[in-house]
Design a protein around this ligand. Structure first.
Ligand code: ZN
Length: 140
């Protein structure tokens, strides 16, 4: 397996600092992730404007992964997040998992819980960590 690029490289990737989506010109749906040949998930439109997606949203649904992919530490929640501006994003959790899974820190995850997306280490290809967006609860 090839070694992934080091962390400074990841910080230069535009999508690492901000979430970029494609807003449909026909129905205003924000589609994520952007693809080269995109078709709007709601109306089938094919013309879009690039938009910056906010980092706040709510948990639509989630699963608790007890067995994690190589290089990742668990158990952790993997959730579908509906952002406040209408994009739908999947992400791993940080700082939230049900107590019954033996993790004492953090707020237990629930559907409709307000969350924000933050950049965190996702896992490691020894010895190099790789980064991405995770979600964490917002304390209101
Ligand atoms: Zn559309």
């Amino acid at each position: 397996m090839a070694t992934p690029p080091n962390p400074p490289f990841w910080r230069l990737v535009p999508g690492m600092h901000r979430l970029i989506g494609l807003k449909c010109k026909r129905c205003d749906k924000v589609n994520f992730p952007p693809r080269k040949r995109m078709i709007c998930a709601d109306c089938g439109g094919t013309e879009f404007d690039k938009v910056r997606i906010g980092k706040r949203g709510r948990v639509l649904t989630y699963v608790i992964a007890m067995r994690m992919p190589p290089g990742m530490v668990g158990p952790a929640a993997f959730a579908i997040i509906d952002t406040d501006d209408g994009a739908r994003i999947s992400a791993w959790s940080t700082d939230c998992i049900p107590e019954k899974y033996g993790v004492e820190e953090g707020t237990p995850i629930k559907c409709d819980m307000p969350v924000e997306l933050v950049i965190r280490v996702i896992g490691k290809h020894e010895p190099t960590p790789y980064y991405g967006f995770k979600f964490r609860p917002i304390m209101l």
